[in-house]
Design a protein around this ligand. Structure first.
Ligand SMILES: Nc1nc2c(c(=O)[nH]1)N[C@H]1C(S)=C(S)[C@@H](COP(=O)(O)OP(=O)(O)OC[C@H]3O[C@@H](n4cnc5c(=O)[nH]c(N)nc54)[C@H](O)[C@@H]3O)O[C@H]1N2
Ligand SMILES: Nc1nc2c(c(=O)[nH]1)N[C@H]1C(S)=C(S)[C@@H](COP(=O)(O)OP(=O)(O)OC[C@H]3O[C@@H](n4cnc5c(=O)[nH]c(N)nc54)[C@H](O)[C@@H]3O)O[C@H]1N2
Ligand code: SF4
Ligand SMILES: [Mo]
Length: 743
């Protein structure tokens, strides 16, 4: 008899609740959970393919360990023995910096990825940390760190209530949203328009999102910072700025007008390739809307001025009085996050506390640019990375110049991958530790509830029992922490969780501001419930969190794991509410509107006004039925519009002698590729588009479906030197390319 089980979808940031149909141990169906308090039944084709993804025959079922140069099936014991034999001796001989850590995107989609990497990094003591953030949203962290003192205080547009949404460089109809967790983003955009609201989309492509908009502006890629600066300039000079209550909490308002002095609509118009009138009109509409939210994503982050653009997004939210008010952009309050603290000065946020060894890139949020990973492995000298631990990461495809990274990884003394696939990156590992398929894992969104458009909390236990011979991914991580700490064999994985619990409780009970101040941490630990270490840790975070029961110190009926388990479809915690000034952690205790590092960047941005634009630049794109580099092996999601083609406007195609269905050679500073051409007026002139995550043609992988339609890896066009200066984020959009037709 088939049964059903609930599972929060781990495939994108929308975090939809799924109802899985299960026969035996197999997931035979997936539909949206209509009773889910947040997603209310929404599902997309990726979620619907959950069963096929879960059962992919290419998923590794046992660890692989390299012997005599070849990866072979091994036991967990053999795998951890190999790690314990390799990593601690390397650290003893060459120091902590000799081990690098790479954390990829799915870490924000697993409980293990939230709970253990901080412990791993602490155990290793390395500063060589590289994550997907520097290929993605790091500009937003830097901007929030500087403005609000907390890099995670990222305001999200109040999609359900806003009257006006200005959306830049995002295509949520296909991506389902990012840094804005909103199941059924498409429905929310349609509802915005249906209630008389306005949607403006800024994108060099006429995306499916742009097609829904009241107005679509198609600027030259990379020019968002200029456009936004001109919008802010217009608000200030036309006296349309009305920060209202925010004024009390904001410093630097008076200096902003001078700092943005030369960014008039007329001055930026040629660089943006937009009429100055249109920029002015947009500024006036933004100011006139009863409520409005400005929101920018990938296309405004992974560009040369990604941090200034991300900063200007919130400058506009502040100038229009929309920050922290319903209908504007608000700060979520996640259930497993810290309790709000009283307002007051904080530690502030700085970048560059240390620098990368080879190119001297500043650290940002304790991370170094992933674009600089290869040189840190290749370049001889003290502090060179000799061993690498890659968790849920495929930088060979997702970072600039995969061929170089490929060679660098091949030269490592030792590499561990925690990954379900033998793919372009993990094929270099000496040990691969494969997590079980998602049906066999519990799920809670530690990361995305912090960016959700509604406060809510959900937890789903494993839908299918762990298959014999499998380890839960949390246990895989915990054992990894032990193995690199030289404690393999002398302590069990539960010790890692208990240490984390003790640490958190010791801190809490020592805090004079806590209702638990002075209590006995051991007694509190004894009160935790849960079937496993990670469940006990979730219980702890929920109980200490903003809605928690504080072990009885809070009123009856507050949150704990037990209470959450009694609500399998989740608990709604209400719409987002204003949180200022409590969220502020700047040294001044106020919003620092014109932070020094940004002010110092403005002259460069001003100088960019005089740059002669390249004739042809490249931007990326995402397809609904794919996800970065790792869903091309699921047959249900391949084919159709999900193809690795180079989109080009008919006018450009004609000028260059390219035809639809033909082939072209595309060349940029990092290399060249042969790609199929798709002629379409969905991209503007002067712009071509190639999706990322393709290039599955390397030897030694086990991705049968993906390898049959490999596509080309767009990141091979880059050499890793183009970065957003302040955040170290790779410029993946808006770089110059050249095209020649191929026969
Ligand atoms: N040109 C260009 N490049 C880009 C982008 C772009 O827009 N253009 N986008 C960038 C962005 S936004 C991101 S986030 C990065 C992503 O970059 P990465 O994080 O490096 O890449 P992913 O393709 O998400 O790869 C994730 C890896 O995790 C593995 N995996 C999947 N599920 C699990 C799991 O449950 N547990 C574990 N341990 N592993 C798992 C997959 O097999 C895969 O190897 O790519 C970036 N690269
Ligand atoms: N289906 C699917 N969903 C996904 C993913 C996926 O790969 N597939 N990846 C997930 C991940 S890791 C992330 S980070 C999110 C990303 O979510 P989004 O940010 O919505 O991602 P994209 O679809 O890449 O949208 C970026 C848009 O920016 C445009 N653009 C490029 N350059 C510029 C520019 O200079 N200015 C402006 N204004 N626009 C520009 C591109 O044309 C593109 O339409 O999606 C997540 N969801
Ligand atoms: S929108 Fe995202 S979370 Fe929802 S079903 Fe699709 S992939 Fe899963
Ligand atoms: Mo991402």
């Amino acid at each position: 008899m088939p049964r059903t089980a609930l599972r929060i979808c781990p495939l994108c940031e929308a975090t939809c609740g799924l109802t899985l149909t299960i026969e035996g141990a197999a997931v035979t169906g997936a539909r949206g959970d209509r009773d889910d308090v947040f997603s209310k039944g929404f599902i997309c084709p990726k979620g619907a393919a959950f069963g096929q993804l879960d059962a992919d025959p290419d998923r590794l079922r046992t660890p692989l360990v390299r012997r005599d140069g070849r990866l072979r099936e091994a036991t967990w014991e053999e795998a951890y023995d190999a790690i314990a034999a390799a990593v601690p001796p390397l650290v003893r001989e060459y120091g902590a910096q000799s081990v690098g850590v790479v954390l990829g995107n799915p870490n924000v989609h697993t409980m293990a990825g939230a709970l253990y990497p901080p412990l791993l990094l602490k155990a290793l003591g390395t500063r060589n940390l590289f994550t997907a953030s520097t290929l993605d949203q790091m500009p937003k962290h830097v901007s929030s760190g500087l403005l609000f003192g907390d890099p995670f205080a990222i305001p999200v547009p109040d999609l359900d209530r806003t009257d006006f949404l200005l959306l830049l460089g995002a295509n949520p109809i296909e991506s389902n949203g990012s840094l804005c967790t909103a199941p059924d983003f498409p429905g929310k955009l349609k509802a915005l328009r249906a209630r008389g609201g306005t949607l403006v989309v800024v994108d060099p492509r006429r995306t499916r999102t742009a097609a829904l908009a009241d107005r679509h502006l198609a600027p030259r890629p990379g020019s968002d910072a200029l456009l936004l600066a001109a919008l802010a300039h217009t608000l200030l000079t036309e006296k349309l700025a009305a920060p209202g209550a925010l004024e009390e909490w904001t410093e630097g308002l008076g200096e902003l007008e001078a700092a943005l002095g030369s960014f008039t609509p007329e001055a930026v118009a040629p660089a943006c390739d937009l009429p100055a009138d249109e920029i002015r009109t947009l500024a006036r509409e933004l100011a006139a809307a009863p409520t409005a939210a400005v929101y920018g994503r990938i296309g405004s982050c992974t560009v040369e001025y990604g941090t200034p653009a991300s900063w200007l997004v919130d400058v506009l939210n502040i100038l229009t009085g929309n920050l922290d008010r319903p209908g504007g952009a608000l700060f979520p309050l996640p259930a497993a996050g810290p309790r709000p603290r009283p307002a007051g000065p904080g530690k502030g946020f700085v970048i560059g506390r240390w620098h990368s060894r080879v190119s001297g890139h500043p650290e940002v949020k304790s991370e170094l640019p992933t674009a600089a990973l290869a040189e840190e492995i290749e370049t001889p000298g003290e502090g060179r990375i000799r061993a690498l631990i890659a968790i849920a990461a495929n930088p060979v495809l997702s970072a600039p110049d995969g061929d170089r990274l490929d060679r660098a990884l091949a030269g490592l003394d030792f590499m561990v991958s925690v990954d379900p696939y033998l793919n372009e990156t993990s094929r270099h590992a000496h040990v691969i530790l494969p997590p079980p398929p998602p049906s066999q894992s519990a799920h809670h969104d530690f990361a995305f509830n912090g960016f959700a458009v509604r406060n809510q909390v959900r937890y789903t236990r494993a839908a299918v029992p762990l298959e014999a011979g499998r380890l839960d991914e949390c246990e895989i991580h915990a054992r990894l922490v032990l193995a690199v700490s030289g404690m393999h064999g002398s302590a069990g994985p539960e010790a890692v969780d208990e240490l984390a619990v003790q640490g958190a409780l010791a801190k809490e009970t020592a805090d004079p501001g806590s209702p638990l101040h002075g209590q006995d941490p051991a007694r509190l630990a004894g009160l935790l419930t849960g079937e496993s270490g990670p469940e006990r840790r979730l219980d702890l975070m929920l109980r200490l969190g903003p809605y928690g029961d504080r072990f009885g110190a809070a009123a009856e009926g507050q949150l704990s794991l037990e209470r959450l388990l009694a609500h399998p479809h989740g608990i709604d915690l209400g719409p987002l509410r204003p949180r200022l000034p409590g969220v502020l952690r700047t040294r001044s205790g106020r919003i620092e509107l014109l932070p020094d590092p940004i002010a110092a960047e403005l002259p460069r941005l001003r100088a960019a006004l005089a740059d002669r634009p390249a004739a042809l630049v490249l931007v990326g794109r995402r397809h609904l039925r794919s996800n970065n580099s790792w869903l091309h092996n699921v047959p249900a999601l391949t084919g159709g519009s999900n193809r690795c083609t180079l989109q080009i406007h008919p006018q450009d195609a004609g000028r260059l002698g390219l035809t639809d269905g033909g082939r072209a050679r595309i060349t940029a500073e990092g290399g060249s590729l042969e790609v199929p051409v798709e002629v379409t007026d969905a991209v503007r002139t002067g712009v071509v588009s190639l999706p990322h995550g393709w290039g599955h043609d390397r030897a030694g992988t086990r991705l049968a479906v993906a390898a049959s339609v490999p596509g080309a890896n767009v990141n091979q066009l880059l050499n890793g030197t183009r970065l957003d200066r302040l955040s170290g984020t790779a410029v993946l959009n808006g770089f110059p390319v050249e095209l020649t037709p191929l026969p």
